[in-house]
Design a protein around this ligand. Structure first.
Ligand SMILES: Cc1ncc(COP(=O)(O)O)c(C=O)c1O
Length: 372
């Protein structure tokens, strides 16, 4: 039996191997490793890609969120509204700067924050909103920006899963006050290690992120603020420059694979991912909803097909934030989604034959159950 992995990093590396190894060698020959030429060039190239004035490379998506929040003026004790249907790092970044995450419900179709409920959760302490562009699709940004402008608070986009996604023709990361990206190696634009970047049109935010990522360094021996060691690694930047040139192709191949799944999985008792009219999804993950989720997952595992769950337990119910006092039942749409979601293999190199085998196995599972 042939196994089909959930992601295949080796398949992504093979066609760019020579170029990547050459770039690593050149970087090590130059030994200009501290925010060196590749980091600076990537910042310009990524800003141009996103259509923003600035991009500032940092050590991870988590640091991008922390530094963007700080740069936007969020401070200890402030509240930041976000979705609990996300990777834990979104809330962690808020908590790490001493602010308080406030969790609100999602739209069940797109899994992104529900703008209608944001204002009800706002208090005099609310300082920012972090919409998470979940699975590769932008949140409904127009009403979120309208609320933020009315209340004079910041919008920090969590674009960690949405490199190249569009909302009303604008790139993810170019809509709010700042956009935060992760270059974790499985992302649509992934490094071969850790990395992240903050995009913004605001010169002050860009300047502050530059300070926070580098110990508050203003000049040799001068430190203006308490910052971090949060720089983007120069070797990763060199690799990312190669992969950035391919990002639109990668995203096109992901969208083609999503369309193929959509065709082959029609008519089964599962809910397929929906693409909101205002945007263009880049399918970082292809997430279906199904009743006997764990049964289907086991069935596929036994047939050598890798799957994932993003995520099994919502952030508001995690032990690490128990002190915030959320209980099961508080955010029901998120809680139900966590019971039903299953991420299928999705990567640009996934062959259409393999994809057809995956769809066939899912059909067989439901036929056996008598529900297909
Ligand atoms: C939605 C979201 N936010 C934040 C992060 C954190 O990024 P990193 O792992 O690069 O710190 C991730 C990464 O998995 C993510 O998916």
């Amino acid at each position: 039996m042939k196994s089909i992995p959930f992601v295949d990093l080796k398949a992504g590396f093979a066609p760019i191997r020579a170029e990547v190894l050459r770039a690593i060698e050149e970087t090590l020959t130059g030994m200009n490793l501290n925010i060196g030429p590749n980091c600076q060039a990537l910042e310009q190239e990524f800003a141009a890609y996103c259509g923003t004035e600035y991009a500032v490379g940092v050590g991870s998506g988590t640091e991008a969120l922390q530094f963007a929040l700080l740069a936007a003026g969020v401070k200890g004790g402030d509240e930041v509204i976000t979705s609990p249907h996300t990777f834990f790092a979104t809330a962690e970044a808020i908590a790490c700067i001493g602010a308080v995450p406030v969790f609100v419900e999602i739209d069940p179709k797109t899994y992104t924050i529900e703008p209608q409920v944001i204002e009800r959760k706002m208090t005099s302490k609310t300082a920012a909103i972090i919409p998470v562009h979940m699975y590769g699709q932008c949140a409904d940004m127009a009403p979120i920006i309208a609320i933020a402008q009315r209340r004079e608070i910041a919008v920090i986009e969590d674009s960690c899963q949405a490199h190249g996604a569009l909302y009303k023709g604008k790139k993810s990361g170019s809509i709010g006050n700042a956009g935060c990206f992760s270059f974790y190696f499985t992302k649509n634009l992934g490094a071969y290690g850790e990395g992240g970047i903050v995009t913004t049109n605001d010169a002050q935010i860009a300047g502050k992120v530059r300070l926070y990522r580098n110990h508050g360094h203003t000049s040799k021996y001068e430190h203006a603020v308490i910052g971090h060691n949060g720089r983007l690694d120069e070797i990763q930047a060199a690799i990312l420059r190669i992969r950035l040139k391919l990002l639109d192709d990668y995203n096109r191949l992901r969208r083609e694979r999503a369309a193929a799944y959509h065709e082959l999985l029609k008519g089964l008792p599962i809910v397929l991912p929906a693409e909101a009219e205002a945007g263009q999804h880049v399918f970082h993950l292809y997430v279906i909803r199904c009743k006997d989720r764990d049964g289907l997952k086991d069935y596929l595992t036994n047939r050598g097909i890798g799957t994932g769950i993003h995520y099994r337990k919502p952030v508001h119910l995690q032990k690490a934030v128990a002190h915030l006092g959320y209980r099961m039942g508080d955010i029901p749409i998120v809680e139900q989604a966590c019971e039903e979601i299953l991420s299928l293999p999705m990567y640009p190199e996934l062959s259409l034959d393999d994809l057809a085998c995956i769809a066939e196995a899912i059909r067989a599972f439901y036929t056996k159950q008598g529900t297909a």
